[in-house]
Each structure stands twice: as structure tokens, then as C-alpha cells.
Design a binder for this molecule. Structure first.
Ligand code: ZN
Length: 267
């Protein structure tokens, strides 16, 4: 499932490739991924000119010159591909024609393609509730401390809850907690301020490095190239040796998700 690094990478590539392009046609083969009927969607988007593309957490936001937004969520993953002309693949649920080039989306499971008016953005049920993007320039260490203030829950479920912080899922959280020496079930009130600051720094470094590498090797970018993040320190390495102490990495359940930890190094 794509997380912040993959989504940021796609959004940056789309921003470079799609600015000032206009939407000339659309083909929808899976209407339920839309927030409108196919007819209303088509009527609303044809003729729109793309101004810029960015990301917020796991959402890609395509801002039109008119102020409308096309919001994309890839769900469990998708091939979101740019083609210089006609699509080079017939495998897609949604195709956008850009007066020459085209864009196709093939969801692996299910995703969302929403068209939202400018004045409806703060009422869009799925994005208006998101916490700050974990790599946003304005999301400083001080803001992170404020975010954790007074919280009673456990650190992993807090950081992966998109309403608190947008972008981190069950993949990147593993090494972020390992590198900080925090057990996923550690209660937030027991984490001292120094540790919280360290957690912020590790989180930013980890995500920035993954963006730089183009995301996970089993996900594809806009040009169908795999990312460069190949492996993890403890994530998905059950029974292998911890790189810190040599002890065995364990797989445990935390809530409804799996966690990979070294019980020696993560308290
Ligand atoms: Zn260890």
C-alpha cells in the first residue's frame, strides 16, 4: 500500500508533467470510485486546466486553474501512469485525456477519484479530517510536540491514524519506531520530551530518504519505474537478526496490524 513517500513522489512527477495541460476527455469504467455520477463528473472536468499538483498524506491533489480539485486516493495501490499519447495499456478504471498525452489509473483493489469544487474542499469528508502532512514544511518539531501533548493512546496507533498525522501507514512506521527505540505499544504519556524530539527527527529523515529514493521497490512511479527502497531494518524481517543487538526480530500484533520489533532495543 502506498504511503507518503510513494504519493509525494507521484505528485511531484505529476506536477512537472501536467501543469497547464487541459482535460479534453475522460473514460470511467468504475463509477463507484467517483464522488459524482459519471455524467456530472465528465461535465465538471472537461475543459479544466491543471494549475499544480501536490500531496497531503496519502492523497494526491490536482488543483485546477478554476479552483476545482481532482483528489486521488490509490487505496491499496494502483498503477497511476502517464502516457505521451494514447495509453500504452488497456488496464485501467479511469483514463484522462490531456489533449495529446493521457493519464490512466488502475487500482489494485479500490481507490477514489473525486472532483471537488473550491468552496467544498473544507467539507470533503475524506480529506478535511486529515491531520498535518508528516513532511509538510510547516509541520515543525514544535508542532509535533503540541500534537502529542495530552494524548493518552499508544504511539503506533496514534502516528498511523490519518486524522492525527497524514502519510504514515504500517510499512514506514516499523523502522521509524525501531530507530527511535520505541515499542509500538508504548503509551504516549511515558515518552519523555527528548524522545519525542528524536522521534520527530527520525520520522522526517526516514520519510525524506524514502522520497529521495522514489518510494518502495514494489510500487511504481508515474513512468512505471520501481522505487529504490529495497529493505527495512526490522520491518518484515521476522526471525532475522536485529541490526543493533543481534537478537531475533519478532512479529507481534498491535491492534489489527502486524508490528516487527526487537524487544531488546524497543522499550
Ligand atoms: Zn535489537
Amino acid at each position: 500500500m502506498p504511503e507518503l513517500p510513494e504519493i509525494h513522489n507521484l505528485a511531484r512527477q505529476m506536477d512537472t508533467q501536467l501543469r497547464e495541460k487541459s482535460i479534453s476527455a475522460i473514460e470511467v469504467r468504475q463509477e463507484k470510485c467517483l464522488n459524482l455520477s459519471s455524467e456530472d463528473f465528465e461535465r465538471g472536468i472537461i475543459g479544466e486546466i491543471i494549475e499544480a499538483v501536490d500531496a497531503h498524506g496519502k492523497w494526491i491533489r490536482v488543483r485546477m486553474v478554476s479552483g476545482k480539485h481532482l483528489l486521488l486516493n490509490l487505496g491499496m495501490g494502483a498503477d497511476l501512469l502517464y502516457h505521451d499519447g494514447e495509453p500504452s495499456t488497456d488496464a485501467f478504471q479511469v483514463r484522462l485525456d490531456l489533449a495529446g498525452p493521457s493519464l490512466t489509473v488502475r487500482f489494485w483493489w479500490f481507490g477514489h477519484v473525486h472532483l471537488v469544487e473550491c468552496d467544498e474542499m473544507d467539507r470533503h469528508a475524506m480529506t478535511a479530517v486529515l491531520g498535518p502532512d508528516a513532511l509538510d514544511d510547516d509541520f515543525t518539531e514544535e508542532r509535533f510536540l503540541v500534537l502529542l501533548e495530552g494524548r493518552r493512546g499508544r504511539i503506533k496507533s496514534f502516528l498511523t491514524n490519518q486524522r492525527h498525522l497524514a502519510g504514515i501507514g504500517n510499512v514506514y512506521i516499523q523502522d521509524i519506531l525501531y530507530r527511535t527505540g520505541l515499542h509500538p505499544e508504548r503509551k504516549i504519556p511515558t515518552i519523555p520530551e527528548e524522545k519525542r524530539r528524536e522521534l520527530y527527527q527520525v520520522m522526517r529523515e526516514n520519510l525524506e530518504e524514502a522520497v529521495r529514493l522514489g518510494g518502495l521497490s514494489y510500487e511504481k512511479d508515474l513512468y512505471e519505474r520501481p522505487g529504490g527502497v529495497e529493505g527495512f531494518l526490522v520491518g518484515y524481517r521476522e526471525d532475522e537478526a536485529c541490526p543493533g543487538c543481534g537478537g531475533a526480530i519478532e512479529k507481534i500484533r498491535v491492534g489489527s496490524t502486524a508490528s516487527y520489533i526487537c524487544s531488546q532495543c524497543q522499550q
